[in-house]
Design a protein around this ligand. Structure first.
Ligand code: GTP
Ligand code: MG
Length: 215
């Protein structure tokens, strides 16, 4: 078994916990699917909206600066009735993808409150990227791009307008976020036995860890 920090890093990989945050229906699940599903053409469905209940969990391996990085992407539920549950998963995250919908003013106005939740639960050092999603719906836009840019600038975080539907800026947004986390060295070095666990096993590991932390 590889022991991080004892000369066996070759068998280790970096693990990052990234959490999706933002109001219901802004496109968090669609963004995660677009980013993590190999069959990109089938990754987007506009026919039916299926609200996330509780939490979903996806894993994607990427190579950053020649390092293997395993991203665990926690897709939280935006609905108000899940708010306490969703924010309880913010702890221990290194990065957040905070999403609003450019066709929904309320979702934009709630960004500051989500930001507060994030810092309260995950600390001030955490990396965040702000996304104005559904930029393919230009005719229904109610949030001008410069307002998103200004808000992000005020908080000192990167900003992208994205479309999960047309696959615009999704890859770039995750790339910027993960590179910032890598530079900050806030990731966790795990040995490969842990890194190779599947979604369910990782989820279990985390809930056990959270349970221990809470006691
Ligand atoms: N046109 C367009 N529709 C989108 C886009 N992203 C998501 N949608 C649609 O918006 C609706 C909500 O998307 P979801 O990804 O389920 O939203 P969510 O943020 O996960 O919602 P909760 O799970 O309730 O928090 C669905 O009907 C999607 O098809 C986009 O980029 N463009
Ligand atoms: Mg969802």
């Amino acid at each position: 078994m590889a022991v991080p920090g004892q000369g066996d890093e070759g068998r280790s990989a970096l693990l990052m916990k990234i959490v999706m945050a933002g109001e219901s229906c802004v496109g968090k699940t669609s963004i995660v699917r677009r980013y993590t599903e190999p069959n990109a053409a089938a990754a987007f469905s506009s026919s039916s909206y299926l609200a996330t209940i509780g939490i979903d969990f996806k894993v994607k391996c990427v190579t950053l600066n020649d390092k293997t990085v395993k991203l665990q992407i926690w897709d939280t539920a935006g609905q108000e009735r899940f708010h306490t549950l969703s924010t309880s998963y913010f702890r221990g995250a290194q990065g957040f993808v905070l999403v609003y919908d450019i066709t929904n003013l309320d979702s934009f106005q709630s960004v500051t409150s989500w930001m507060k939740d994030i810092h309260e639960k995950a600390g001030d050092e955490v990396d965040i990227v702000l996304l104005g999603n559904k930029c393919d719906k230009e005719s229904e836009r109610v949030v001008p791009k410069h307002k998103g840019e200004k808000l992000a600038w005020e908080h000192g975080i990167p900003f992208f307008e994205t479309s999960a539907k047309d696959n615009v800026n999704i890859e770039d947004a995750f790339s910027v976020l993960t590179k910032e986390i890598l530079e900050k060295k806030s990731w966790v070095l795990y040995d490969l036995e842990v890194v190779d666990l599947n979604e369910n096993q990782l989820s279990l590991l985390y809930s056990r860890k959270m349970f221990k932390d809470l006691r």
